[in-house]
Design a protein around this ligand. Structure first.
Ligand SMILES: *Cc1c(COP(=O)(O)O)cnc(C)c1O
Length: 226
Protein backbone atom coordinates (compact mmCIF):
# COMPACT_ATOMS: atom_id res chain seq x y z
CA UNK A 1 0.00 0.00 0.00
CA UNK A 2 1.26 3.46 -0.88
CA UNK A 3 0.30 6.71 0.81
CA UNK A 4 -2.02 7.47 -2.11
CA UNK A 5 -3.77 4.11 -1.59
CA UNK A 6 -4.03 4.77 2.14
CA UNK A 7 -5.60 8.18 1.54
CA UNK A 8 -8.10 6.63 -0.85
CA UNK A 9 -9.03 3.97 1.68
CA UNK A 10 -9.46 6.49 4.52
CA UNK A 11 -11.51 8.72 2.21
CA UNK A 12 -13.79 5.80 1.38
CA UNK A 13 -14.29 5.00 5.03
CA UNK A 14 -15.07 8.66 5.80
CA UNK A 15 -17.63 8.74 2.98
CA UNK A 16 -19.30 5.57 4.21
CA UNK A 17 -19.45 6.87 7.79
CA UNK A 18 -21.02 10.12 6.55
CA UNK A 19 -23.57 8.17 4.55
CA UNK A 20 -24.42 6.00 7.55
CA UNK A 21 -24.83 9.11 9.72
CA UNK A 22 -26.87 10.98 7.10
CA UNK A 23 -24.25 13.70 6.83
CA UNK A 24 -22.71 15.46 3.86
CA UNK A 25 -19.13 14.41 3.08
CA UNK A 26 -18.19 18.10 3.04
CA UNK A 27 -19.15 18.44 6.71
CA UNK A 28 -16.05 16.47 7.79
CA UNK A 29 -12.47 17.65 7.29
CA UNK A 30 -9.65 15.13 7.17
CA UNK A 31 -6.60 16.48 9.01
CA UNK A 32 -3.58 14.27 8.33
CA UNK A 33 -1.57 13.85 11.53
CA UNK A 34 2.04 13.87 10.37
CA UNK A 35 3.99 13.36 13.59
CA UNK A 36 5.20 9.95 12.35
CA UNK A 37 5.91 11.15 8.82
CA UNK A 38 8.88 12.67 7.08
CA UNK A 39 8.56 15.82 5.00
CA UNK A 40 8.76 13.75 1.80
CA UNK A 41 5.74 11.73 2.84
CA UNK A 42 3.82 14.91 3.58
CA UNK A 43 4.54 16.04 0.02
CA UNK A 44 3.02 12.73 -1.15
CA UNK A 45 -0.12 13.63 0.79
CA UNK A 46 -0.47 16.75 -1.35
CA UNK A 47 -0.34 14.59 -4.47
CA UNK A 48 -3.08 12.47 -2.93
CA UNK A 49 -5.28 15.55 -2.52
CA UNK A 50 -4.78 16.28 1.18
CA UNK A 51 -4.67 19.97 2.05
CA UNK A 52 -4.80 19.98 5.85
CA UNK A 53 -2.10 18.56 8.09
CA UNK A 54 -1.61 18.45 11.83
CA UNK A 55 1.61 18.43 13.85
CA UNK A 56 2.24 17.90 17.55
CA UNK A 57 5.34 20.02 17.92
CA UNK A 58 6.23 23.53 16.84
CA UNK A 59 9.72 22.48 15.84
CA UNK A 60 8.51 19.63 13.62
CA UNK A 61 6.12 21.95 11.80
CA UNK A 62 8.87 24.51 11.30
CA UNK A 63 11.13 21.85 9.74
CA UNK A 64 8.44 20.37 7.49
CA UNK A 65 7.23 23.74 6.26
CA UNK A 66 10.65 24.25 4.68
CA UNK A 67 9.83 21.41 2.26
CA UNK A 68 6.05 21.39 2.17
CA UNK A 69 4.02 24.26 0.69
CA UNK A 70 0.34 24.75 0.03
CA UNK A 71 -1.02 23.14 3.18
CA UNK A 72 -3.13 24.44 6.06
CA UNK A 73 -1.38 23.52 9.32
CA UNK A 74 -3.12 22.47 12.53
CA UNK A 75 -1.44 22.33 15.95
CA UNK A 76 -2.59 19.13 17.68
CA UNK A 77 -0.08 18.71 20.49
CA UNK A 78 0.47 20.38 23.83
CA UNK A 79 1.57 23.99 23.34
CA UNK A 80 3.93 25.71 25.74
CA UNK A 81 3.36 29.42 26.33
CA UNK A 82 6.91 30.27 25.32
CA UNK A 83 6.24 28.81 21.84
CA UNK A 84 3.02 30.72 21.24
CA UNK A 85 4.51 33.38 19.02
CA UNK A 86 6.06 30.92 16.63
CA UNK A 87 3.01 28.65 16.73
CA UNK A 88 0.86 31.54 15.53
CA UNK A 89 3.15 31.99 12.56
CA UNK A 90 3.11 28.29 11.64
CA UNK A 91 -0.47 27.20 12.35
CA UNK A 92 -3.93 28.36 11.23
CA UNK A 93 -5.84 26.25 13.76
CA UNK A 94 -4.79 25.35 17.31
CA UNK A 95 -6.69 22.37 18.72
CA UNK A 96 -4.98 22.08 22.10
CA UNK A 97 -5.84 25.15 24.19
CA UNK A 98 -6.35 24.00 27.77
CA UNK A 99 -5.62 26.92 30.08
CA UNK A 100 -6.55 30.56 30.51
CA UNK A 101 -2.89 31.51 30.45
CA UNK A 102 -2.29 29.83 27.09
CA UNK A 103 -5.43 31.37 25.57
CA UNK A 104 -4.44 34.78 26.88
CA UNK A 105 -0.97 34.50 25.36
CA UNK A 106 -2.47 33.40 22.03
CA UNK A 107 -4.80 36.37 21.95
CA UNK A 108 -2.12 38.81 23.04
CA UNK A 109 0.34 37.70 20.37
CA UNK A 110 -2.40 37.56 17.73
CA UNK A 111 -3.13 41.25 17.92
CA UNK A 112 -1.00 42.15 14.93
CA UNK A 113 -2.01 39.22 12.74
CA UNK A 114 -4.21 40.09 9.78
CA UNK A 115 -6.21 36.90 10.09
CA UNK A 116 -7.50 35.57 13.39
CA UNK A 117 -6.37 32.08 14.28
CA UNK A 118 -9.01 29.51 15.12
CA UNK A 119 -8.68 27.81 18.49
CA UNK A 120 -10.38 24.82 20.09
CA UNK A 121 -10.45 23.87 23.76
CA UNK A 122 -8.95 20.45 24.42
CA UNK A 123 -11.01 18.48 26.92
CA UNK A 124 -9.54 15.61 28.95
CA UNK A 125 -12.75 13.76 28.31
CA UNK A 126 -12.03 10.59 30.30
CA UNK A 127 -10.03 12.26 33.08
CA UNK A 128 -6.82 10.41 32.18
CA UNK A 129 -3.64 11.35 34.06
CA UNK A 130 -1.59 10.71 30.93
CA UNK A 131 -3.45 13.24 28.78
CA UNK A 132 -3.45 16.99 28.48
CA UNK A 133 -6.65 18.98 28.26
CA UNK A 134 -8.97 20.75 30.67
CA UNK A 135 -10.92 18.41 32.97
CA UNK A 136 -14.64 18.37 32.19
CA UNK A 137 -15.29 20.02 35.57
CA UNK A 138 -13.24 23.07 34.53
CA UNK A 139 -14.54 23.48 30.99
CA UNK A 140 -17.35 26.01 31.55
CA UNK A 141 -15.10 28.24 33.62
CA UNK A 142 -12.29 28.14 31.04
CA UNK A 143 -14.78 28.76 28.25
CA UNK A 144 -16.36 31.73 30.01
CA UNK A 145 -13.02 33.51 29.98
CA UNK A 146 -11.57 32.42 26.65
CA UNK A 147 -14.54 33.16 24.41
CA UNK A 148 -14.20 36.86 25.16
CA UNK A 149 -10.62 37.21 23.93
CA UNK A 150 -10.77 39.52 20.93
CA UNK A 151 -7.93 38.31 18.72
CA UNK A 152 -8.60 34.59 18.47
CA UNK A 153 -11.70 32.77 17.26
CA UNK A 154 -12.96 30.04 19.59
CA UNK A 155 -14.63 27.58 17.21
CA UNK A 156 -15.11 24.35 19.15
CA UNK A 157 -13.84 21.48 21.27
CA UNK A 158 -11.28 18.72 20.83
CA UNK A 159 -10.72 15.42 22.61
CA UNK A 160 -8.90 12.10 22.42
CA UNK A 161 -10.69 8.97 23.56
CA UNK A 162 -8.75 6.58 25.83
CA UNK A 163 -6.69 4.05 23.91
CA UNK A 164 -8.65 0.93 22.92
CA UNK A 165 -8.68 -1.70 20.19
CA UNK A 166 -12.45 -1.47 20.05
CA UNK A 167 -13.73 1.65 18.20
CA UNK A 168 -17.12 1.42 19.95
CA UNK A 169 -15.37 2.11 23.28
CA UNK A 170 -14.81 5.69 22.07
CA UNK A 171 -18.46 6.41 21.30
CA UNK A 172 -19.58 7.52 24.75
CA UNK A 173 -16.62 9.92 25.01
CA UNK A 174 -17.32 11.49 21.62
CA UNK A 175 -21.00 11.79 22.45
CA UNK A 176 -20.10 13.49 25.72
CA UNK A 177 -17.90 16.02 23.92
CA UNK A 178 -20.77 16.82 21.55
CA UNK A 179 -23.15 17.26 24.47
CA UNK A 180 -20.66 19.53 26.24
CA UNK A 181 -20.41 21.58 23.04
CA UNK A 182 -24.20 21.77 22.75
CA UNK A 183 -24.43 22.90 26.37
CA UNK A 184 -21.87 25.67 25.92
CA UNK A 185 -23.59 26.90 22.76
CA UNK A 186 -26.84 27.16 24.62
CA UNK A 187 -25.45 28.70 27.79
CA UNK A 188 -23.32 31.34 26.06
CA UNK A 189 -25.41 31.82 22.94
CA UNK A 190 -22.53 31.49 20.50
CA UNK A 191 -21.87 29.04 17.69
CA UNK A 192 -19.23 26.35 18.22
CA UNK A 193 -19.27 24.56 14.88
CA UNK A 194 -16.15 22.43 15.27
CA UNK A 195 -15.74 19.07 17.00
CA UNK A 196 -12.21 17.71 16.55
CA UNK A 197 -12.40 14.04 17.49
CA UNK A 198 -11.54 10.65 16.01
CA UNK A 199 -8.18 9.16 15.05
CA UNK A 200 -7.10 6.14 12.97
CA UNK A 201 -8.81 3.65 15.27
CA UNK A 202 -12.13 5.40 15.78
CA UNK A 203 -12.78 8.13 13.20
CA UNK A 204 -15.89 6.44 11.79
CA UNK A 205 -17.51 6.36 15.23
CA UNK A 206 -16.48 10.00 15.73
CA UNK A 207 -18.19 10.98 12.48
CA UNK A 208 -21.35 9.21 13.58
CA UNK A 209 -21.20 11.28 16.79
CA UNK A 210 -20.75 14.60 14.98
CA UNK A 211 -17.00 15.10 14.38
CA UNK A 212 -16.24 17.90 11.92
CA UNK A 213 -12.48 17.33 11.96
CA UNK A 214 -10.92 13.87 12.19
CA UNK A 215 -7.18 13.67 12.89
CA UNK A 216 -5.76 10.61 11.18
CA UNK A 217 -2.12 9.53 11.30
CA UNK A 218 -1.29 5.82 11.33
CA UNK A 219 -3.95 4.82 8.81
CA UNK A 220 -2.32 7.13 6.25
CA UNK A 221 1.30 6.17 6.84
CA UNK A 222 1.37 2.76 8.46
CA UNK A 223 2.24 0.28 5.74
CA UNK A 224 3.59 2.99 3.49
CA UNK A 225 6.39 3.53 6.02
CA UNK A 226 7.60 -0.07 5.73
C1 LIG B 1 -1.00 11.25 16.77
C2 LIG B 1 -2.23 12.00 16.98
C3 LIG B 1 -3.34 11.78 16.15
C4 LIG B 1 -3.37 10.71 15.10
O1 LIG B 1 -3.38 9.46 15.70
P1 LIG B 1 -3.38 8.11 14.85
O2 LIG B 1 -3.77 7.07 15.82
O3 LIG B 1 -2.01 7.94 14.32
O4 LIG B 1 -4.37 8.29 13.76
C5 LIG B 1 -4.47 12.57 16.37
N1 LIG B 1 -4.51 13.52 17.33
C6 LIG B 1 -3.47 13.76 18.14
C7 LIG B 1 -3.58 14.81 19.18
C8 LIG B 1 -2.30 12.99 18.00
O5 LIG B 1 -1.27 13.22 18.83
Amino acid sequence: MSIVDNVRSVEERISRACEKAGRERTSVRLVAATKYAEAGQVVELIHAGIREVGENKVQAAREKQKTVAGMTWHMLGHLQSNKVKEALRLFSVIHSVDSVHLAEELSRHSEKLKQKREILLEVNIAGEDTKFGIPVSGLTDLFSQVYKYPNTRLVGLMCMAPYSDEPEDSRSHFRRLRELRDGLQQKFGIALPQLSMGMSGDFQVAIEEGATMVRVGRALFEEAVL
